[in-house]
Write a protein that binds this ligand. Sequence first.
Ligand code: FES
Length: 157
Amino acid sequence: MMIEFTADELHHVEALKAKYPDSKAAIMPVLWMAQKKWGWLSEDVMQYVGSVMNLPYAHVKGVATFYTMYFKKPMGKHHVQVCTNVSCMLRGGTEIFQAVKERLGCENNSATADGTFSLEEVECMGACGGAPMIAINETFHENVTMEKVNALLDSLR
Ligand code: FES
């Protein structure tokens, strides 16, 4: 697989760099772009991001390693995040996490064998008013019950 941003994406990278007083600060959104494009941050992807950002690989890897939102291994097509922080926990978030884990048959921070789903237990996602909540890729689902979660997972098979 060729690891390269398109011309449009490179324009976007330049625009991001120009947005910050120190262009290095654009590393976070650029890593995010890379993750969206390639699904996860392999060593080759991080090398490439380093080259477009003029940053050493060690720096890129340091940032990617520090933040859990950057995947260091392949995740599923549908990445399921279940919040188990206080507000969600008090309304059943932990049980939902356990049930999803059993249903998918995969561990926290890993993907199902067929690559359809992956699971991540997360800290507060700022949607406490709708606790308990889960997110599937970038879509939030609030006030969920296990029935609603099951229906959602069924619809994504
Ligand atoms: S505690 Fe779950 S979204 Fe805030």
